[in-house]
Design a protein around this ligand. Structure first.
Ligand SMILES: [Zn+2]
Length: 293
């Protein structure tokens, strides 16, 4: 194989491979094998669970979770789906990758303990890179091509808890923005919000959701110092500008008066950091505000 033909066939460059046929009919469970030679296992591989469910022709959908290993809700949800969904329930194909960054998931961490890789920040990946870069490359070049829709389930992980919600990208183009809002209504999460994220989605028909958006820095409350974070409001609260958001208590000097932080603007509390410890610069809360839709 010369260099030109290698460059043309990106998927062939990946060291990763699924041990099930992702295009065959019916339901199959298996693993994406990530070659990883370590002291404990010289010729070993990391097994990333993967499931294919296919019934004839129809849309091709990819669902993944565990891109951040400590975000447990999506991983449990997709596990439940794997155990209950059968080919007769669908038309088309669904491929489920419930713990995409499997090493991170096994460690209960946002990032991989092997290379500190944050899978969500490593696309389109590198076939010759670190383990997490190789996983990103395989997902981008082998799993996603040919899929009509893809869903990536995230949550707040170890440091944040979110109100159940759907996130979609903000577009300058009004027609595209209208499609995104249509998609959010179709998905029907209790709250939907729009922020600057890199990817777009296609559309379907409407159902009720509260449409909100995240604006600039004033939507966020950050820790001004390291300490013990005491939240003063809960998820779903409607807050006013200037309202106290949190107190930071000082572990080393508990006799020191805690620092009180306030919201910079009014809004819905969409996301809250999980107590206890915070460091200066950690996000403690972020707000969303309603938009017309
Ligand atoms: Zn995440």
């Amino acid at each position: 194989m010369n260099n030109d033909s290698r460059a043309a066939d990106f998927s062939a460059m990946s060291r990763l491979s699924a041990d099930i046929d992702l295009d065959a009919e019916g339901k199959a469970t298996g693993f994406v094998r990530v070659p990883h030679s370590v002291h404990r296992s010289a010729y070993g591989w990391i097994p990333i669970p993967i499931v294919r469910i296919k019934n004839g022709t129809g849309p091709s959908v990819v669902m993944q979770a565990g891109t951040h290993g400590d975000e447990w809700e999506g991983q449990i949800g997709l596990g439940n789906l794997i155990r209950t969904l059968e080919p007769r329930h669908i038309r088309g194909k669904l491929v489920i990758l419930p713990s995409a960054n499997f090493p991170a998931a096994m460690a209960g961490l946002r990032t991989s303990p092997i290379d500190e890789g944050n899978l969500n920040r490593l696309f389109p990946g590198d076939p010759e890179g670190t383990i997490t870069q190789q996983i990103a490359y395989w997902i981008e070049h082998k799993l996603l091509p040919g899929a009509n829709y893809s869903f990536d389930f995230h949550s707040g992980g170890s440091s944040l808890t979110y109100i159940p919600s759907a996130l979609a990208p903000r577009h300058d183009d009004q027609a595209r923005m209208a499609k995104v809002i249509g998609m959010l209504k179709a998905f029907g999460a209790p709250v939907s919000y729009i922020a600057a994220v890199p990817q777009g989605f296609p559309v379907p028909p409407p159902s009720p959701t509260r449409l909100t958006e995240i604006g600039g820095d004033d939507y966020y409350v950050y820790a001004s110092d390291g300490g013990l974070f005491e939240p003063l409001v809960d998820l779903g609260a409607e807050v006013k500008a200037g309202q106290p958001a949190a107190r930071i208590h000082f572990h080393h000097t508990p006799w020191r008066e805690p620092e009180t932080l306030a919201f910079k603007r009014a809004g819905l509390v969409l996301c809250k950091r999980v107590p206890a410890r915070c460091e200066r610069g950690d996000c403690l809360f972020h707000l969303a505000t309603d938009i017309a839709g």
